[in-house]
Design a protein around this ligand. Structure first.
Ligand code: EPZ
Length: 430
């Protein structure tokens, strides 16, 4: 079984190039089926989630042609099936973006409901409410979410919770509805804006993405486009915090510093230096880390997808810190693993109370989900001794070449598949 073998203790030093944003790529790939013209997407991350979505698209008759590792040409003029029931698709949340995209274009879609619940209950009531408001019938049967409409008609929709997924899904369907749609209490994440920009580049009429009111005027048809996906805010933030926990000096390149403001603010608070340039940020951690408090919030607040990474840093910071998770109710599962590495963290409901320790010690641990997996690798890089991290398939869902990028920064980390390879790594780094 593949796992990461890590020998901790090296500060991360150097430069790392950030890829395209997974959470922008997923809706953009789904939205590319909304035209019969050809769409060309660049800066696509080569990660498991995007690959699963592309293969599900291919299975319903979408032409998917890769050009190199990070570009893809998509043509959906020959879609043969509006039922997406691929065996892998229910393993990724973003499968449901095909509902909004196919419903918008064909007024009908049946997509396997995403299963699994790694970070908490993930309701879809707001997606359904939005589709119904646009005139679609929605039923859930035999593990599929089935939507159907005579025609879609714009409406005024107030989201009860700020939801990235529901904002994106309803926006896609509304683009090809008759008349105007207003989505209030919309999510403002950079990937919501990126999708709106992509749809506008295909001829959609969307205004206000990035604010909490999105106004859409329906158009009858979308056309082809060439589009480059924005850099990944969370991959960038992960490397920024990896610099902090390993007392390193890392320049994170190809980023949009504005998207990283809440992350930068916390790094400054805990005693790191952060230098910003046009498209890169440098994080230097030369002093002991200081405790702070943080609460996860929708953008522009501190992202829930960075909660495990900041917790790993705060567990090494002097004093007591409090982390409050306000988006998902079960996103502290990794704390047990961190405790096995010596962390002193008590979780009560959606709050973690952290008493800083001097250092982690290596252990055999498992990644419980994507971001927590990356955060545990960071802890291992800062730890004394060896760590093995299992279940790295979660990490591969959203980080391209994670261990190779870390190796480039001086980390002692390898992907090993057998006990023999692990022993070899231990001998080499021992
Ligand atoms: C997206 O998930 C991201 N996934 C998640 O990233 C991210 O953690 C999350 O947004 C929050 O930023 C993708 O973009 C593919 P939500 P999503 O709908 O859209 C509740 C990662 O690590 N809610 O914004 O599923 C929900 O239960 C992943 O890359 C409803 O109540 O999240 C949650 O408490 C993990 N009803 C809150 O809203 C609904 O209909 C936010 O969820 C929808 C959501």
């Amino acid at each position: 079984m593949e796992q990461y073998a890590i020998k901790g203790g090296n500060p991360l030093v150097g430069e790392v190039e950030i890829g395209g944003a997974k959470n922008a790529a997923l809706p953009i790939l789904a939205a590319s089926v909304m035209t019969d013209d050809t769409v060309y997407i660049e800066n696509m991350p080569d990660v498991r989630d995007t690959n699963v979505l592309l293969s599900a698209m291919s299975n319903i008759g979408v032409m998917v042609k890769r050009e190199g590792r990070h570009s893809v040409i998509i043509n959906a003029s020959q879609i043969s099936n509006l039922v997406v029931e691929d065996e892998h698709i229910k393993k990724i949340r973003a499968s449901y973006y095909l509902i909004g995209a196919l419903l918008g274009k064909y007024k009908h879609a049946e997509v396997a409901l995403p299963g699994g619940c790694d970070i908490g209950c993930r309701a879809i009531d707001q997606h359904i409410k939005g589709f119904r408001a646009l005139g679609a019938e929605v039923v859930i049967e035999h593990g599929l979410i089935k939507t159907n409409a005579e025609h879609l008609k714009g409406n005024h929709i107030y989201m009860d919770v700020v939801s990235v997924g529901a904002t994106i899904n309803v926006m896609m369907a509304a683009v090809l509805a008759e008349g105007a749609t207003i989505i209030e209490n919309a999510a403002k994440e950079p990937h919501v804006v990126d999708l709106a920009n992509f749809l506008n580049s295909m001829g959609a009429n969307i205004k206000g993405a990035g604010t909490d009111v999105i106004r859409i005027k329906g158009v009858s048809k979308l056309h082809g486009s060439e589009y480059a996906i924005i850099p990944d805010q969370i991959e960038a933030g992960t490397f920024m915090f990896a610099a902090a926990v390993t007392k390193g000096d890392v320049t994170v390149k190809n980023v949009i510093p504005k998207h990283l403001e809440s992350i930068t603010a916390k790094l400054l608070e805990i005693g790191c230096e952060v230098e910003e340039a046009d498209d890169c940020v440098r994080v230097v951690a030369s002093k002991p880390l200081i405790h702070t408090h943080v609460k996860t919030l929708p953008y522009p607040g501190f992202p829930t997808d960075m909660q495990p990474q900041i917790t790993v840093a705060l567990a090494l910071s002097k004093g007591t810190s409090i982390v409050t998770e306000s988006i998902f109710e079960n996103r502290f599962k990794y704390v047990d693993e961190l405790t096995r590495m010596g962390a002193n963290i008590k979780v009560e409901g959606n709050t973690a109370i952290i008493d800083g320790i001097e250092r982690y010690t290596g252990a055999s641990i498992s990644a419980p989900d994507l971001r927590a997996g990356a955060a545990l690798v960071m802890a291992a890089l800062a730890a004394e001794g060896f760590t093995t991290v299992d279940d790295i398939r979660y990490i591969e869902r959203g980080y391209e070449d994670f261990h190779l990028k870390l190796q480039n920064l001086g980390a002692q980390i390898e992907l090993v598949d057998t006990e023999r390879e692990l022993q070899k790594f231990k001998l080499k780094t021992g």
